[in-house]
Design a protein around this ligand. Structure first.
Ligand code: SF4
Length: 87
């Protein structure tokens, strides 16, 4: 069913974690904006967009979470994807 794919995912940026590094705006410029040296999603509810997953996996402080808007399932960051998670 390809009807409504505009609100499949929920994107959140934890402003307490974000260090304003700008990786997300570099990888998904249409999805994130920097305000007050912190990133925020342009839209919290979006259609599926692999660039947002890449941004989440690439954020150095794991500030970006991507969830299935219907189920709440965590889609990114996923441990084991991309580079190792910082501990
Ligand atoms: S990549 Fe992470 S730390 Fe950098 S601006 Fe985006 S959310 Fe903030």
């Amino acid at each position: 069913m390809a009807a409504d794919n505009n609100r499949d995912w929920r994107v959140d940026v934890d402003a307490d974690r974000c260090i304003g590094a700008g990786m997300c705006t570099a990888l998904a410029a249409a999805r994130f904006r920097i305000s007050g040296n912190r990133s925020q999603p342009v839209d919290a509810l979006i259609g599926e967009d692999d660039a947002v997953l890449d941004a989440s996996e690439s954020c150095p402080v794991e500030a970006i979470t991507v969830r299935d808007a219907s189920t709440g399932e965590l889609l990114a960051p996923v441990e084991g994807e991309g580079r190792p998670l910082p501990r």
